[in-house]
Write a protein that binds this ligand. Structure first.
Ligand SMILES: *[C@@H]1O[C@H](CO)[C@@H](O)[C@H](O)[C@H]1NC(C)=O
Ligand SMILES: *[C@@H]1O[C@H](CO)[C@@H](O)[C@H](O)[C@H]1NC(C)=O
Ligand SMILES: *[C@@H]1O[C@H](CO)[C@@H](O)[C@H](O)[C@H]1NC(C)=O
Ligand SMILES: *[C@@H]1O[C@H](CO)[C@@H](O)[C@H](O)[C@H]1NC(C)=O
Length: 206
């Protein structure tokens, strides 16, 4: 009982510490875009070319993690393997990615955490958590990147990064520039919609 009360107290303190940061990230814009910037800073520090932000890839990254919402393991890893075909049969149509422009996905990174993390923390603790992820980030084949993130009611937060070797503006093109996407929750990079926080409840921010 005592422990439970203490936990509640810690949670309340955390909530008050985190909320302003959370809201300022909201004012500032989209944490998925911040992650694209962080990814590019990390690459350009090694003189690797910058990756173009692809809203089509970002939207599919968000779809990917929405599908994996029940599969966060304790270890910040996501135990989830959507069938390959889901990309072309589910994610792309849901996003309005024009199928003839569907390119090659050269890598993906997925991670989860029980609470919201600021983009730089999410990058170093959840996304690039081992050397395998770091070498994927630094692969010379990538030309484009998309980031999706989402948090669930009382549940964990998920991040997904998709890379592609496609040419800018000609792969993963969104119909009508993405105006037709029915985004219920979460954020993706390059989106014209603001992040939707309705599923990011009081509990999931903690
Ligand atoms: C999520 O985990 C469950 C239980 O382990 C598994 O049956 C399911 O296939 C997983 N979902 C995906 C999309 O991989
Ligand atoms: C980089 O990615 C490409 C495409 O997925 C792959 O064929 C290649 O082996 C990767 N290179 C390294 C150094 O991992
Ligand atoms: C790139 O990210 C890795 C993993 O977080 C980190 O160890 C490294 O210092 C970063 N490099 C730069 C230049 O920020
Ligand atoms: C891609 O499209 C954007 C916006 O339409 C444009 O500013 C940019 O120059 C284009 N890039 C290439 C490589 O065509």
């Amino acid at each position: 009982m005592m422990l439970k009360k203490l936990c509640c107290f810690v949670w309340l303190v955390l909530y008050h510490l985190l909320l302003p940061a959370f809201v300022s990230s909201k004012d500032h814009g989209n944490p998925a875009n911040d992650l694209v910037e962080i990814i590019n800073e990390n690459r350009t520090a090694l003189k690797l070319p910058k990756l173009n932000d692809s809203p089509g890839l970002g939207c599919m990254a968000l779809q990917y993690v929405e599908l994996c919402k029940d599969n966060c393991t304790g270890n910040r890893a996501v135990n989830c393997k959507p069938p390959e075909d889901d990309f072309t049969e589910v994610f792309a149509p849901n996003c309005g990615v024009e199928l003839p422009t569907f390119g090659t996905i050269t890598g993906h990174i997925v991670g989860c955490e029980s609470k919201y993390l600021q983009p730089s923390e999410a990058f170093s603790h959840v996304i690039i958590k081992d050397n395998k992820a770091l070498s994927l980030l630094r692969n010379k084949s990538h030309k484009e990147v998309g980031v999706g993130l989402v948090g669930f009611h009382k549940g964990p937060f998920f991040w997904c990064i998709l890379f592609s070797d496609g040419q800018t503006n000609s792969t993963f093109v969104l119909e009508d520039r993405g105006k037709g996407i029915k985004q219920k929750t979460g954020c993706y990079s390059g989106s014209t919609f603001p992040c939707s926080y309705c599923a990011w409840s009081f509990h999931s921010i903690l």
